[in-house]
Design a protein around this ligand. Structure first.
Ligand SMILES: C[S@@+](CC[C@H](N)C(=O)[O-])C[C@H]1O[C@@H](n2cnc3c(N)ncnc32)[C@H](O)[C@@H]1O
Length: 500
């Protein structure tokens, strides 16, 4: 059943956006939607088109940026072709049929099926005056435009712009012209839509100013300071030193989202980002006084967004921020933690591990993405032991059976990695032999707190303690997994903050 979204609230959903769009977001409820879905465009184009070598379903993980043909794609294509519930316009069904004939069952087609299902839902949830911005790159933009035309233009909507986002970061190549742009398609649900170019005027370049002033006798500086942006956005991508960078690999600059949100929505309107990553859309929407809905399938993104919102909200407005923030999908008790641990879509249990480690450390550990020589280590943190010294802590998470050997393995990992501390987070309660094995690892006196009680080198923490007793790891850290977003230094205009 679709839940009406309560007015004046913001929503952060942790989960698959298709499910959330279908189950939670009502028809005609969103003014502006921007999405920046993942696509693994680092493969060569030849491979993407010809499906060479990358469709090993056995390697597939439910939550990673890799597109493979598997049961989900099969089911999706069937749903579109059967169209049992009449969700898809005939043009969409015919297009998918044709694309399947041309592309076959491969990664690119899996991606396009995934996108068709979601774009159809985004079209449904947009208000008749709503706008949709789809951010992609040249690898698949031509296919996505076909899908957008089939979903939007067949139902009275229209294509407004292909925006080129031009940036200068990244290296140069001698093999081809530098690839320095992304594509953002702008579609509207009808021909009655919002667009406010006056709000997004940009400074003219010196060159343009010179031309205008030389060709326009008497032109004053005031008349030549701004111009409306065209469909090429020259906005710097975030480089390694950028102040707003949070360490999320695909983070987009706030200036890009600010231009889109200002141009296509008003304060108080609802902005949706169904692939919200570390929350650029959400943070800008919040700053500009829009209501927002963010959805992401990884817990790292959700935890980063929460921290970003807190860091960028002045202290006296944080209570209001939380009063109006409704979260869905984040485990809050043992049953929901167990459900995440046994989510059949997450074949690698990575989501459960991320959630457990990031929750226990208040987002301060790093998640180990690749398990190589380091065996079963799921997370690492460096904690401060002196003005310029740090020590290592290792984290392991177990959603299944645990026994003494589990603790012994962690001890072995700690010795190999020269880690001072080890934390084992488990769904099951530790057995007596586990407790004995942990105790045999000895205790640790923190050099900064010599008078404190020695603490066990190996800590056994249950998920129940995590969710019911809110047990957390309190340690001075040197490596925060997330950098603090800068506290908003601009004072927001009153009318932009609906809840203040
Ligand atoms: C390219 S990133 C978005 C980055 C974002 N624009 C920002 O500035 O941080 C894509 C995001 O989509 C999320 N994602 C992928 N598949 C998803 C799905 N089915 N439902 C919800 N989120 C998904 C990923 O976890 C990732 O965070």
């Amino acid at each position: 059943m679709l839940m009406p979204l309560a007015d004046a609230n913001n929503y952060l959903f942790y989960g698959d956006n298709l499910e959330i769009l279908r189950q939670r977001i009502p028809d005609d409820s969103v003014d502006l939607c921007y999405i920046d879905p993942p696509f693994n465009s680092k493969r060569t184009y030849f491979q993407i088109y010809n499906r060479i070598g990358f469709d090993d379903v056995a390697q597939a993980q439910a939550f990673i940026d890799t597109w493979v043909w598997g049961p989900e794609a099969d089911q999706g294509v069937q749903e579109i072709l059967d169209n049992a519930q009449g969700r898809f316009p005939p043009q969409t069904v015919a297009l998918i049929q044709g694309l399947r004939d041309v592309l076959g069952a491969g990664g690119l087609m899996a991606y396009l099926v995934h996108m068709t299902l979601r774009i159809t839902e985004i079209h449904r949830v947009l208000k008749p005056t709503g706008s949709f911005y789809l951010h992609c790159d040249p690898t698949a933009s031509h296919y996505l435009k076909l899908i957008l035309d089939a979903v939007f233009c067949s139902q009275g909507g229209d294509f407004q712009n292909e925006i080129i986002w031009h940036y200068q970061t990244g290296g140069v190549s001698k093999k081809w012209f530098g690839r320095k742009h992304d594509i953002i398609f702008w579609y509207t649900k009808s021909d009655t839509y919002q667009f406010y170019p006056d709000r997004i005027k940009i400074p003219r370049t010196d060159e343009v100013l010179r031309r205008i002033q030389s060709g326009t006798p008497g032109a004053t500086r005031a008349t030549t300071l701004t111009k409306f942006p065209d469909d090429v956005f020259d906005i710097q991508a975030l480089n390694a030193m950028a102040a707003e960078r949070l360490g999320y690999p695909t983070q987009k600059p706030e200036a890009l989202l600010e231009r889109i949100i200002q141009a296509s929505s008003n304060p108080g309107d609802t902005v949706l980002d169904a692939y919200c990553g570390c929350g650029t859309t959400v943070a800008v929407a919040q700053r500009l006084g829009r209501r927002w809905i963010g959805i992401d399938i990884t817990y790292q993104a959700i935890s980063l967004i929460l921290k970003r919102l807190d860091d960028s909200t002045p202290a006296n407005q944080r209570a209001a921020l939380h009063d109006h923030l409704i979260m869905h999908g984040v485990p809050h008790d043992l049953a929901s933690a167990q459900a995440l641990a046994h989510d059949p879509r997450d074949k690698t249990r990575k989501e459960f591990e991320k959630w457990a480690i990031l929750t226990y450390t208040n987002n301060r550990a790093r998640i180990q993405h690749k398990k190589g020589a380091d065996g079963g280590i799921d997370g690492v943190a460096a904690f401060l032991t002196g003005p310029s010294h740090s020590a290592k802590a290792l984290f392991q998470v177990k959603s299944g059976h645990v026994n003494r050997a589990t603790v012994a393995t962690l001890r072995g990992d700690m010795a190999r990695e020269q880690a001072e501390l080890g934390i084992l987070l488990t769904l099951q309660k530790p057995t007596k032999p586990m407790i004995q094995e942990a105790a045999a690892a000895g205790s640790y006196i923190h050099p900064l707190f010599p008078s404190r009680q020695p603490e066990p080198r190996i800590r056994l923490v249950t998920i129940e303690e995590l969710v019911d007793q809110h047990v957390r790891w309190m340690m001075p850290m040197t490596h925060d997994a997330v950098k603090s977003a800068q506290t908003a230094n601009k004072s927001l205009k009153d009318e932009q903050i609906r809840w203040s």
